[in-house]
Design a protein around this ligand. Structure first.
Ligand SMILES: [Zn+2]
Length: 229
């Protein structure tokens, strides 16, 4: 019986790769220079390349359950996500960091329920979203949406605890973007800190601002310092 996954690998090499061969060669010879760090939920329905129209070399991706940002202080053990943030900012010098959650997020829903006892790592990991929950026992769609949004903002705030992120944001060399992808609509809602809400991309004026302002959107009052959050 043919292994379907193996068939797909062969098809990629034979049919798709030739169209990208030159592009990959340049990315090998010149190295990667992605300008965006994309921190997304692992959910299979969130497809960053499709959403952003990106190709090889454009997105530095890190994904985890819930699109969570761990604390900078290493208080919760080993963190691939924290390492990726440090590498993207310090080594790749990315200009944007996107935190992308989504509708119908299982991680967010799990914050309101029981996690199987065997999932010890998952139970601890979900702590990173716990501050976002609302005081209701049986969350409906509206509460889940608000929790998804609150969690995204929470992760943006935690990103600001990374010294290399804060320094660059404050000198406007880096911008932070909170996105919530609505799967059923095929539309990103971007967090607009000035309005304090998530705006559908079709109606938004920018790709999201997050805590503190990106260079091209906002002038700090009095020519210096960062505005209060
Ligand atoms: Zn999710």
């Amino acid at each position: 019986m043919p292994d379907e996954l193996l068939e797909r690998l062969r098809r990629f090499h034979d049919d798709a790769f030739p169209q990208y061969r030159e592009q990959f060669k340049e990315l090998v010879d010149g190295g990667q220079h992605p300008t965006t760090l994309f921190i997304g939920c692992s959910d299979s329905r969130l497809v960053p390349y499709l959403l952003t129209g990106s190709g090889p070399g454009e997105l530095f991706l890190v994904r985890n359950v819930g699109a969570f940002v761990p604390p900078y202080d290493q208080s919760k053990g080993f963190h691939g996500t924290a390492a990726a943030i440090e590498f993207a900012v310090l080594n790749l010098n990315v200009k944007r960091v996107v935190v992308c959650g989504h509708s119908h997020c299982g991680a967010i829903r799990a914050l309101y329920g029981e996690v199987p006892s065997a999932s010890k790592n998952l139970a601890q990991w979900l702590d990173l979203g716990r501050e976002a929950i609302l005081p209701v026992a049986d969350p409906g769609p509206d509460v889940l949406r608000r929790t998804e949004e609150r969690s995204i903002v929470l992760q943006l705030e935690r990103l600001m605890d990374y010294p290399m992120v804060r320094e660059r944001v404050e000198v406007r060399a880096l911008s932070l973007h909170g996105w919530r992808y609505v799967i059923e609509d095929g539309e990103i809602h971007v967090f607009d800190i000035q309005r304090g809400e998530f705006i559908p991309a079709s109606k938004a004026e920018n790709a999201g601002t997050g805590p503190y302002m990106p260079a091209h959107v906002y002038d700090f009052p009095d020519g210096g310092g960062a505005p209060a959050r």
